[in-house]
Design a protein around this ligand. Structure first.
Ligand code: PHE
Ligand code: ZN
Length: 868
């Protein structure tokens, strides 16, 4: 065999080619039905696929079936051995007629599959992951989302090692074979793209339940795990039932099969996968009890279960035409799961959490070298585009459309979308069009949100004189890689004008549409001369707001604004105003306004604990860094520490008094109990910032008396950044208690990687050598490395040791699992934002990765774009 990579005369390897959205062409051949016969064992899988193909239109092009690392053992057309060629990894077959039956056989070793794409082994199970392009690692197939087929799947495996055999759809028959083997046949009646294919074989037990749909059909529900994990599955099962009900009530969407299976696996590249009727989950988003999972973990499980379930309509019944449309299913589905969680928790607090996440991850992405539109124009490796921009900014776009249309018309729009496109593979444009058609509203300018990258900055200023007020708005969209001189966007801004004294709305809440680069809005007859602007309420648009409101106005908003999100925002802004001048060296820390505002917030009896917990969080170092043209991590850290110290000292009494309140029962998962624990942990953090010795004592006592993981982890989070004997003792105890529980051990790695200490760098280097550390398990890898790389002050150690370690780990991990390795690169890509010495070291680390042998296209894309 010849390998073009070894021949200098040959054209460059086809590996690193860029795919463009504008080059989309419909498939030349449809595949109407796929029949798979799978003979499975840990180190050998034999897959015989029979595809019923049909020519699309008239042409004389061959059938091209994608493969990845496969060799065909047999290729038959209509029952006879056929001519074929391999072009790279793809199988080409010349066909003479309009419709044919193509049969291929391949063999491979699932236990050798460290990429966790295709069919792989995890903890004694065999399972699949096909999105985006994993099906081609199982069999030859067009493997593009606009080719939809029905599937029938027969699985054969050893009955002892793999007593449970699962695939999409319904089990139609099963039987005993020879030599201790057995088989099961599954059929999925709904045509689906190959990325939704799944099968699982293993020794699994189910926590089973049932759900009666709105039309009275009974659906069997199963959460499949190892037997010992069964007690940890109740929360996930309940979340599934809640999700099914919610989608009926809020979107009128009913489940369509008679069976819904979820399987938990320990080795998984992302969070979970919405395979039709057979969701496969990273076990961290299934398994929980109050001893081992925090309240946050419980909420994340409910959110992910809901997300994957909601995909059954937004993703499976209506899918994506091509991968550039990824946000069609992901943005919409994230929006849906966010609303589900808002409905099951404190609405304002969930919104605050989502915005915090957007700012921490998506804003930096949008302002860096990997910035891309919600609907990207090109990619080298699509796996790199499962980003906060496609997911979370994508969700913001859907939310803005709901704001613009109103809830009723938005629902009409989604009904129309599902009705029009059920069973189809469509585009983001189709979604917007349905919203337009259902509402009669013109969304022409709004579409720019899909195509223009970068976070808009909006400047807002109010002139109040006499009896009226004028709101002046300006917008500015930054240049991003490949995109310059952008057009003004359609930005919905929820706003009100408030009385300084009472917070009463002098101008009632309304949505102002900012569409021009500059715009003014006039309000007449306002009862007070000097109203305060409350704007971007509920974070109605994903923008950076700049306003010239003074500290007094912000303090007033923090106290009286009727919009909880706006109160939170005013507090954040007050924090930044205390921090930024200190970081710039313009002044010393003056925490008085933050202290007063926190004090007022903590005393306000109308506010719930969950909100207070968010409100007294000092912005993270990453978030502060976003506000700076050039980041000096030492200065950011010092200023943030100083503010925490002042606030902790200034509010000692109140913090301790509130911290001392009685705690809810250990296993009480009510919204109120979760809020109380969240607040209590934040209070502890601030107490420790003010007085580390006292903080250590209290935290150790909380750790020792912990009745659940929220209390335990909350205490340890504080302890890990402190000195003293308590720290080591608690860490050791935690390790000994949980060393056999992988998901909890991940926390142990993560907590230490997040510690704000000057020896964390040493600790992380040591932990990377720890016998329990492995690059093979994505959760473990992320626990140490993602936490470490987001620990700004530690990762950006002036020596460059942090960059070295990360680069080394990327190169190592890339040999096993390119997808996961590539996701470690973005922190290094931020080099332009750092002071010179660090920028140089970061670039050098990227260059080292770039020069590594046999780099995957995943890492190649991230590194080459980061170097720019
Ligand atoms: N489609 C999955 C989700 O968002 C994410 C995913 C992508 C999982 C690729 C695995 C691989 O629900
Ligand atoms: Zn999704």
């Amino acid at each position: 065999m010849t390998d073009s990579r070894m021949n200098p005369e040959a054209p460059p390897t086809p590996d690193h080619v860029t795919i463009y959205a504008k080059d989309y062409e419909p498939p030349k051949w449809w595949v109407r039905h796929v029949d798979l016969d799978c003979d499975l064992s840990a180190d050998k899988a034999r897959i015989r696929a029979t595809l019923n193909v049909e020519k699309n239109g008239s042409h004389d092009r061959p059938l091209v079936l994608a493969g990845d690392g496969l060799k065909p053992l047999t290729v038959q057309v209509d029952g006879a051995d056929a001519q074929w060629t391999l072009e790279g990894d793809n199988l080409l077959i010349e066909l003479s007629g309009e419709a044919h039956e193509i049969a291929t056989t391949v063999e491979f070793d699932p236990s050798a599959n460290s990429q966790l794409m295709g069919l792989y082994a995890s903890g004694g199970l065999l399972c699949t992951q096909c999105e985006s392009e994993g099906f081609r690692r199982i069999t030859f197939h067009p493997d593009r989302p606009d080719v939809l087929s029905t599937y029938s799947v027969t699985m054969h495996a050893d009955a002892k090692a793999y007593p449970i055999l699962l695939a999409n759809g319904n089990k139609v028959s099963e039987g005993i074979g020879e030599d201790g083997r057995h088989w099961a046949r599954w059929e999925d009646p709904f045509p689906k793209p190959s990325y939704l294919f799944a099968m699982v074989a293993g020794d699994l037990s189910a926590n089973s339940g049932a759900f009666t749909t709105m039309s009275g059909r009974e659906v069997e529900l199963n959460i499949w795990v190892r037997e010992k994990d069964l007690p940890l599955t109740h929360h996930a099962l309940q979340a599934l039932k809640d999700s099914m009900k919610w989608d009926e009530e809020v979107y009128g969407r009913e489940y369509d099969l008679d069976l819904f299976n979820i399987v938990a696996v320990d080795d998984f590249n992302f969070g979970a996968m919405e395979n039709k009727g057979l969701n496969i989950f990273n076990s961290r988003y299934v398994l929980a009890d109050s001893e081992t999972a925090t309240d946050q973990d419980f909420d994340a499980i409910a959110g992910v279960v809901a997300h994957e379930y909601f995909h059954n309509w937004s993703g499976n019944r209506v899918t994506c035409r091509d991968w550039f449309q990824l946000s069609l299913k992901e943005g919409f589905t994230v929006f849906r799961d966010q609303c589900f969680s808002q409905d099951h928790n404190s609405e304002a607090v969930k919104r605050i959490e989502d915005v915090r996440l957007l700012r921490a991850i998506q804003f930096p992405e949008d302002s860096g070298p990997l910035a891309h539109p919600v609907r990207p124009d090109s990619y080298i490796e699509i796996s790199n585009f499962y980003t906060a921009t496609v997911y979370n900014k994508g969700a913001e776009l859907i939310r803005m459309m709901r704001t613009i249309l109103g809830e009723k018309d938005f629902r009409k729009g989604s009904d129309l979308y599902f009705e029009r496109h059920d069973g189809q593979a469509v585009t983001c444009e189709d979604f917007v069009k349905a919203m337009e058609d259902a509402s009669g509203k013109d969304l022409a300018q709004f579409r720019l949100w899909y195509s223009q990258a970068g976070t808009p900055t909006v400047r807002a200023h109010v002139d109040a004189s006499g009896s009226g007020a004028v709101l002046k708005l300006q917008q500015d969209i930054p240049d991003t890689p490949g995109q310059k001189d952008k057009q003004p966007m359609a930005i919905p801004l929820k706003m009100a004008l408030l009385s300084r004294q009472s917070g009463a709305e002098l101008v009632e809440e309304r949505t102002v549409m900012l569409g021009e680069a500059e715009q003014t809005v006039t309000f007449e007859d306002i009862a007070e001369a000097d109203p305060i602007l409350s704007i971007n309420r509920d974070f109605s648009a994903p923008i950076i707001l700049e306003s010239d409101r003074d500290d007094e106005e912000l303090a007033a908003l923090a106290r009286v604004d009727g919009n909880a999100f706006a109160r939170y925002e005013a507090l954040q802004e007050l924090n930044l105003r205390a921090l930024l001048p200190v970081i710039r060296g313009e002044t010393v820390m003056d925490a008085s306004k933050v202290i007063a505002a926190f004090d007022a917030t903590l005393s306000d009896e109308r506010l719930d604990d969950a909100f207070k917990a968010e409100a007294i969080m000092i912005p993270s170092e990453a978030m502060i860094g976003e506000k700076l043209a050039t980041i000096d991590p030492d200065k950011v850290h010092a200023a943030r520490q100083a503010l925490g110290h002042e606030v902790g000292k200034g509010l000692t009494e109140k913090l301790e008094q509130m911290y001392g309140r009685e705690r809810p029962a250990g296993d009480d998962l009510s919204v109120a109990a979760k809020g109380q624990r969240a607040l209590s942990n934040q209070l502890l953090g601030l107490i420790a910032s003010g007085d580390p010795a006292k903080g250590a004592r209290l935290a150790k006592a909380q750790y020792d008396g912990a009745r659940n993981m929220t209390e335990r982890q909350g205490a340890l989070t504080v302890l890990v950044s402190l000195d003293g004997a308590e720290r080591g003792a608690a860490l050791e105890d935690f390790y000994n208690r949980f060393k056999d529980q992988g998901l909890v051990l991940d926390k142990w790695f993560g907590l230490q990687a997040r510690a704000e200490r000057d020896d964390t760098m040493d600790a992380v280097e040591k932990l990377a050598e720890h016998p329990d550390f492995t690059l093979k398990n994505p959760n473990r890898l992320r626990a140490l490395l993602v936490n470490f790389a987001s620990n700004q002050w530690v990762f950006h150690h002036a020596s460059g040791r942090g960059y070295d370690l990360l680069a080394r780990m990327v190169i190592e991990a890339d040999k096993l699992n390119p997808q996961v390795a590539a996701r470690l690169v973005p922190p290094l890509g931020r080099w332009r934002r750092y002071t010179d010495a660090r920028a140089k070291l970061m670039r050098a680390a990227l260059q080292r990765i770039e020069q590594a042998d046999g780099l995957s296209k995943d890492v190649f894309e991230q590194v080459s774009k980061s170097l720019g």
